[in-house]
Design a protein around this ligand. Structure first.
Ligand SMILES: Nc1ncnc2c1ncn2[C@@H]1O[C@H](COP(=O)(O)OP(=O)(O)O)[C@@H](O)[C@H]1O
Ligand SMILES: [Mg+2]
Length: 259
């Protein structure tokens, strides 16, 4: 275990037990570290345990075996420097965008003028200037997801966990969100775990691509993406990029039907 890591996943296993006592081991012997400021993509077939892994790292789901440490502290000590973004933005329809972004700070009694100014700054940063007082029904899907990203960033998390955040978006919006998230990550300086079912998205965004596979799920590959930053559109057409996509695909087993 590397004690200087942002996240240390140490031999983690997760077993679910149903009411009638049946057990289902979803993850077993999952072991990896994320360095500070690193962007790590996670891919794997549907049902391979990606969401379970993110929930375990965030502390929402207890590990049955092993341990998750965030900045060398056990997750049980309560880590408030984690921001989460899910596949759907889950904004509260009766609150405007600014109030949705400020929700996590309000819960902790930390909403004040400085926080409001920062929330507005974040909305500007993701290209939603002038939309602070608007409601989610007035926004496109991509804009709503950007509000959800601001909500995850408002407490200055050192760690951003994203579970298929762009899965519900159309291809063009998704494309621009990829550029957006690369920019946000570099500006915020946080470490990111990013689950996606798009292999090219995983390669284009990641410093590494971790592939989860098998039953129970474990890490079947951990591939370093040695492409320069900032990544541009051109990188997607380079032979190096195609090779990396092919390598990730080969570890997933099938190239269709992942999620
Ligand atoms: N709370 C839960 N209780 C029981 N089984 C669960 C629970 N959450 C997930 N599972 C099971 O764990 C497996 C992996 O699910 P999940 O982590 O959502 O996979 P992925 O995100 O890779 O599609 C699935 O078989 C799912 O049914
Ligand atoms: Mg999932």
């Amino acid at each position: 275990m590397n004690t200087h890591s942002a996240i240390s996943v140490d031999n983690v296993g997760v077993t679910f037990r149903s009411r009638d006592g049946e057990t289902n081991t979803v993850l077993s012997g999952v072991d990896f570290d994320v360095e500070h400021g690193q962007f790590v993509s996670i891919v794997g077939q549907s049902g391979s345990g990606k969401t379970t892994l993110l929930k375990t790292i965030s502390g929402l789901q207890p590990a049955t075996d092993g341990e998750v440490r965030i900045k060398d502290k056990p997750i049980a000590e309560g880590v408030d420097e984690i921001g989460m973004v899910f596949q759907s933005p889950v904004l509260l329809p009766w609150r405007n965008n600014l109030d949705n972004v400020l929700l996590p700070l309000e819960f902790r009694g930390n909403r004040d003028r400085t926080a409001e100014a920062y929330a507005r700054e974040l909305l500007d940063m993701v290209g939603l200037e002038g939309k602070a007082k608007r409601y989610s029904y007035e926004l496109s899907g991509g804009m709503q997801q950007r509000v959800a990203i601001c909500r995850a960033l408002v407490s200055n998390p050192e760690l951003l966990l994203m579970d298929e955040p762009f899965g519900a978006l159309d291809a063009m919006t998704r494309d621009s969100m990829n550029f957006e998230i690369q920019r946000i990550w570099r500006q915020a300086g946080c470490s990111v775990l990013f689950v996606t079912h798009s292999i090219s998205e995983a390669v284009w965004l990641g410093d590494r691509v971790v592939v989860i596979g098998g039953r129970p799920g474990r890490i079947v590959a951990d591939i370093t993406v040695d492409l320069p930053r900032l990544r541009t559109k051109e990188h997607r057409y380079s032979p190096e990029f195609a090779d990396l996509v092919g390598e990730v695909e080969s570890h997933i087993g099938v190239t269709a039907g992942i999620s």
